[in-house]
Every structure is written in structure tokens, then in C-alpha cells.
Design a protein around this ligand. Structure first.
Ligand SMILES: [Zn+2]
Length: 58
């Protein structure tokens, strides 16, 4: 049982870290828009990469 608890803790930590990384990492925020940190282009919230200069968060 102790083993199982430890595994859950590690998994929770993994999810927390993933959550941080995937929450619009890299994008600047401009009101409810995403702003490319490279060229300043504005994009809708669902954008995954900049259509102006091709930048994407990695
Ligand atoms: Zn850009």
C-alpha cells in the first residue's frame, strides 16, 4: 500500500508540471488574445503557433 501511495504522489507531481508547461507557455497575453513574443502578432486563444512569423512555443 505504501508503494501505491508513493506512485500516486509522483504521478500527481508529473501532472502538475505538465499543467504548467502546457498552459500557453511562451505566449504573451494581451487581453483575451495570445501575442507572439517574437513578432508581437495577435492570435486567437486556440492558436498553437504564430501565423505571422511561424514561432511556436516548445
Ligand atoms: Zn510571430
Amino acid at each position: 500500500m505504501a508503494q501505491s501511495q508513493a506512485d500516486n504522489d509522483v504521478f500527481d507531481e508529473f501532472l502538475n508540471q505538465r499543467g504548467y508547461e502546457t498552459s500557453d507557455a511562451g505566449w504573451e497575453e494581451n487581453y483575451n488574445k495570445k501575442q507572439c513574443p517574437d513578432c508581437g502578432g495577435l492570435h486567437d486563444a486556440e492558436a498553437t503557433n504564430c501565423t505571422v512569423c511561424g514561432w511556436s512555443p516548445v
